[in-house]
Ligand binder design. Structure first.
Ligand SMILES: [Zn+2]
Ligand SMILES: [Zn+2]
Length: 181
């Protein structure tokens, strides 16, 4: 594991959110927000309202910009997000999870918790100087954010679809160069 489990999940959740700016139908209903909540192991208040959804949607651009910001700029953005939400780190243990950090009350609106959890995850990324783990998908034309949590830093595509498309394009290029094979 590169980061702790909660940090890795928060980074993946953040990338998912940012990428829905491109695939809007993945987060445009209350039900799809419910799936996001479940998939990324959120706990705490979940109102299942249009307002909650709109607040999370409104946060996406900031999260997108934070993930792709250079390290020094990201540090400033993280500080602002934490201050704006009056973040207060506390060690907690719940469900099957051992001691980990929560920096905002479970009763605060989901969008505020998403902002704080993303900021707290970026604290770890910045402190460990692991910004190279966050990049754009290598497939030309795909603008999705990739979080590489692999030991050997091998994840360069956002999905197998993009990986396969790039492999097929490389194959076609080799064929065109050398049509007798
Ligand atoms: Zn927790
Ligand atoms: Zn991609």
């Amino acid at each position: 594991m590169v980061f702790t489990h909660d940090v890795e999940i928060a980074l993946q959740a953040a990338a998912f959110l940012a990428n829905t700016l491109l695939d809007d139908d993945e987060l445009n209903t209350v039900a799809s927000l419910g799936e996001y909540f479940k998939e990324f192991e959120y706990t705490g208040t979940h109102r299942r309202t249009r307002e909650e959804l709109d607040m999370v949607r409104a946060l996406r651009q900031e999260i997108h910009d934070l993930l792709l910001a250079p390290r020094d700029k990201a540090a400033g953005m993280v500080n602002k997000m934490l201050a704006r939400n009056s973040a207060l780190p506390q060690l907690v243990r719940h469900d099957r999870l051992d001691w980990h950090l929560h920096a905002i009350q479970d009763t605060q609106p989901l969008a505020c918790r998403v902002a704080v959890e993303t900021a707290m995850a970026m604290v770890d990324v910045i402190r460990a100087d692991e910004h190279s783990r966050i990049s754009l998908c290598e497939d030309e034309g795909c603008k999705r954010i990739v979080i590489d949590l692999s030991r050997n830093r091998s994840k360069i595509y956002c999905s197998t679809t993009c990986g396969n498309r790039a492999a097929a394009a490389a194959y076609r290029a080799r064929q065109a160069e050398n049509p007798t094979k």
